[in-house]
Design a protein around this ligand. Structure first.
Ligand SMILES: *[C@@H]1O[C@H](CO)[C@@H](O)[C@H](O)[C@H]1NC(C)=O
Ligand SMILES: *[C@@H]1O[C@H](CO)[C@@H](O)[C@H](O)[C@H]1NC(C)=O
Ligand SMILES: *[C@@H]1O[C@H](CO)[C@@H](O)[C@H](O)[C@H]1NC(C)=O
Ligand SMILES: *[C@@H]1O[C@H](CO)[C@@H](O)[C@H](O)[C@H]1NC(C)=O
Length: 708
């Protein structure tokens, strides 16, 4: 005889401090869960306030409004006859905590503060919250507005679990899953059968499997049902929370939600048999012995049952079967994640569209294709009847009442503006590539020649100083050569903002456009970009994506979006086209930078992910490249990288806010905190590298000599 229950978890597109909208989405998720027959609904971490409130978590108002939202949930009809696990910040005895509030049938059962706080990479929870102590429980004095609704005066606050008539539920929050001593282990040994995990986890390329492995592992040994909830969308920052709400039982995935989606509310449910947990646990006899020795959790009893009331009705329920977890390819992740982020940014900023300077190169091409992917997502969601997407699309095309986006190109033409900003030194190939790409995507494309402005600035400078700088190919110095390139590069930024402000007006439309940047992560790391040129924009969807991944993405889009024009971009040599082309010279990025994009990715990972200074980077790369490079050659490369990295680090202070996608992102503002005035001679470090390289050379030649 089985013991079937239906449980629900969800992904919500919450927005920091949008209490009104957040409440709506929470209620909607409860409604859907209820309609699907679930008695337990779990929501994402800090869903009431939004996860990304940052220093607003230091403000009393955030706590006040969170209670107001909770009051509205308690009062609503949908909150009755359900157990709800809701995430919000709570202040207890003037200390701030990141909490789960457990409601049952319109009353508060307990408040569970987070014990392990996430505090690395993009996370700074310790800046706002204090971690709670395992197993400790106190009384929480409810705010008066809540007392009036629930008629409760105090509720338990602390590390406790909830006993229903038929099972036992315990919560973990995000970071706790990643820590070696996760709460689910001791809870599981103590008889907890259902674990809820509420998270605010963001997208990073190729990282989903780590998360899914952790979630599967959580119940693979200890047994149990694991409900994972997450935010989904851009809640006002560089991060894209990537959903993937999931239900796992005894280490196997039973239901999985989408990773990227334009749906504001996605509810994932599963019908499961509690007896499967019990029999799974009975398989290992020694578990019983460990369990006996586990210190018990204090249980909060509720007179409520998750099981379907009449055993008879079980006959009509079909329990979920295990399924394999679903993963996107990395190139699909690039096609979907930044596209969904751009859509949220566009609709939430209430702007009229995006403006992008197209250079004919691969980076601006990738940005354009991501916008095209966004348009495809919008058309798909509208086709599925997503009312919110349709309403947002109607506003964007200028309030046509019965408009429904059905064609990505047609939709792009309303909201996407591209521009080729050429000079007499631009090649016909890049100009044509840009035009062909714009046609394929459907963007509203313009093509201009800015020679007159460039030469006006040249003349101005010559008039004032009496000097005329020359390009290197005409015998000018490096300084002159760079300055002349920068004039063009920076004028493009000025033109981009001018056109972004006025192009809708020129087409008799309302509003202004957001300017998109398209510097990739490797260029930023090396500093191979002009400060305040087209790399300065409002937002940048590819700023934390490597050149190598961008190329894979372009190849993917060529085949999957039916865009054969992208072949030409893949074949072209990357070039800034800021220097005149001569018979014998075409500017090339990799030659200019003195390092390849693949090398840059390696430097980037070692510097940030592996936390290497120059000396340890030298050693790691010596082991990796030693087969075909001499130690002194490796040393020279590492030193060159650190030299350019450090003289250019200041550029990261003004880098355009970029979609966070890569663990080695050099984003100075949130993710990669470093100085921006270095002594670029790295005297101490480089001396040590040189000595080591010399020694390795000697050892190497000694070894060669001893070989017959
Ligand atoms: C919940 O899941 C996340 C994965 O996003 C994990 O990092 C975290 O540790 C889990 N929380 C708990 C309490 O296990
Ligand atoms: C283009 O190149 C020519 C020389 O080949 C140079 O004189 C001219 O200034 C360049 N134009 C621009 C806009 O930089
Ligand atoms: C580019 O095309 C124009 C006209 O289409 C032509 O006059 C010009 O010579 C071409 N330039 C190059 C460098 O091929
Ligand atoms: C950088 O450090 C070296 C070694 O200490 C020193 O000789 C040099 O003057 C420093 N550079 C600057 C600009 O201070």
């Amino acid at each position: 005889m089985g013991h079937l229950i239906t449980v629900a978890t969800c992904s919500l597109n919450q927005w920091a401090l949008d209490f009104e909208g957040n409440l709506e989405r929470i209620l909607e998720s409860i409604r859907i869960a209820k309609a699907k027959g679930a008695k337990l609904r779990v929501g994402p971490e800090l869903e009431v306030s939004g996860y990304g409130c940052y220093d607003h978590f230091l403000e009393g108002d955030t706590y006040l409004h969170s209670w107001e939202v909770l009051a509205a949930i308690l009062k609503s009809d949908v909150a009755q006859d359900m157990i709800l696990d809701i995430g919000m910040p709570v202040m207890h005895k003037t200390v701030k905590y990141n909490c789960r509030v457990i409601l049952c049938d319109g009353k508060i059962v307990c408040i569970r503060p987070k014990i392990f706080l996430a505090n690395d990479g993009n996370y700074r929870e310790l800046r706002f919250f204090t971690p709670w102590v395992p197993k400790k429980i106190e009384n929480y004095y409810l705010p008066r507005m809540i007392q009036e609704i629930t008629k409760q005066f105090t509720v338990p606050f602390g590390d406790t679990v909830v006993s229903t008539l038929d099972t036992c539920i315990g919560c973990e929050t995000c970071e706790e899953l990643f820590t070696p001593q996760s709460p689910h282990i001791s809870m599981g040994l103590d008889g907890v059968e259902i674990f809820t995990n509420s998270s605010g986890s963001h997208h990073e390329l190729r990282k989903l499997d780590t998360r899914i492995d952790l979630i599967k592992a959580a119940t693979a040994k200890v047994g149990g049902i694991y409900l994972y909830a997450n935010q989904q969308g851009c809640d006002g920052d560089r991060l894209y929370y990537d959903g993937c709400a999931m239900i796992v039982m005894n280490g196997r995935v039973m239901a999985q939600g989408s990773q990227f989606s334009l749906n504001d509310v996605e509810v994932v449910t599963a019908t499961l048999d509690l007896e499967d947990v019990r029999s799974f646990r009975a398989r290992v006899a020694s578990r019983g012995i460990q369990a006996v020795h586990t210190e018990a959790y204090v249980r909060q009893d509720v007179q409520f049952s998750l099981s379907h009331p009449h055993m008879d009705s079980d006959r009509y329920l079909i329990p979920n079967k295990p399924r394999e977890p679903f993963y996107h390819l990395p190139e699909e992740e690039i096609a979907l994640g930044p596209a969904c982020w751009l859509w949220d940014y566009l609709r939430r900023s209430k702007t009229a569209g995006y403006f992008l300077p197209l250079s004919g190169g691969i980076d601006s091409c990738a940005t354009a294709v991501i916008v095209a992917s966004m348009c495809r997502q919008v058309v798909k969601a509208a086709g599925e009847g997503n009312e919110q997407v349709i309403a947002d699309a109607r506003r964007l095309v200028g309030g046509k009442e019965d408009y429904i986006p059905t064609d990505p190109q047609e939709f792009a033409n309303h909201i996407f503006y591209t521009c080729y900003m050429g000079t007499s030194n631009s090649s016909n190939e890049t100009r044509k590539r840009a035009k062909d790409l714009a046609e394929t995507i459907g963007s509203y494309h313009t093509d201009l020649n800015m020679d007159t402005i460039v030469s006006a600035i040249h003349s101005l400078f010559s008039l004032v100083t009496g000097k005329t700088p020359k390009y290197r190919v005409h015998g000018g110095s490096n300084t002159e050569n760079l300055a002349l390139q920068n004039i063009q590069a920076r004028l493009r930024m000025l033109l981009a903002y001018l056109f972004a402000q006025l192009m809708p007006w020129a087409r008799s439309k309302e509003g202004g456009l957001l300017v998109l940047g398209s510097a990739n992560v490797d260029e930023s790391l090396r500093g191979y970009l002009t400060k305040y040129d087209c790399s300065s924009a409002d937002i940048n969807p590819i700023g934390a994506i490597s050149k190598t991944d961008l190329k894979r993405f372009i190849a993917y889009a060529r085949d999957n979006f039916d865009m054969p024009v992208l072949d030409e971009f893949l074949e072209a040599t990357p070039t800034a086209e800021l220097e005149p082309i001569t018979e014998t010279y075409v500017q090339s990025d990799e030659a200019d930078m003195g390092m390849t994009y693949d090398e840059l990715s390696q430097y980037g990972r070692l510097r940030k992910v592996e936390r290497c200074g120059p000396f340890s980077m030298f050693y790691k790369l010596f082991h990796e490249w030693g087969g075909y490079l001499r130690p002194t050659e490796v040393a020279a490369k590492v030193k060159r990288f650190f030299f350019y990295y450090s003289i250019n680090r200041h550029k990261m202070t003004t880098i355009t806010p970029s979609y966070h996608a890569e663990g080695y992102s050099p984003d100075d503002n949130r993710f990669d905190l470093r100085p921006f005035l270095y002594n670029a001679s790295w005297k101490w470090q480089f001396n040590k590298i040189d000595k080591a390289a010399e020694r390795l050379e000697q050892e190497g030649s000694a070894a060669e000599n001893s070989n017959p």
